[in-house]
Design a protein around this ligand. Structure first.
Ligand code: ZN
Length: 96
């Protein structure tokens, strides 16, 4: 007979560290959202991609070379909308 070990992952609220959280639907990327019963905050707890720090100088330069948000997005593997938003508020982009 096989012995099974039940593994459970203790999830805690990132806002108040309470373990009292429940599933609360999924986001547009089909990631599980959770809601804390204590502080009512809802969020995704396991992010697929850690946030990255991109060299904005490089992004702006690539955009001026290629002239397209979509191609710049493909090069840096981010959404073309992200490129658009970054360049709008980036002081680096104001020079180009
Ligand atoms: Zn909480």
């Amino acid at each position: 007979m096989k012995a099974f070990t039940m593994l459970s992952v203790l999830r805690i609220c990132h806002n108040c560290q309470s373990p009292n959280i429940i599933k609360n639907g999924k986001n547009a990327s089909n990631q599980q959202r959770y809601r804390c019963k204590d502080c009512n905050v809802t969020r995704v707890l396991d992010y697929r991609q850690p946030s990255r720090v991109l060299d904005m100088e490089q992004v702006a330069l690539t955009y001026t070379e290629r002239g397209s948000f979509r191609s710049t997005g493909r090069i840096f593997d981010v959404s073309h909308v992200s490129i658009l938003r970054w360049l709008k508020k980036s002081p680096v982009a104001a020079r180009f």
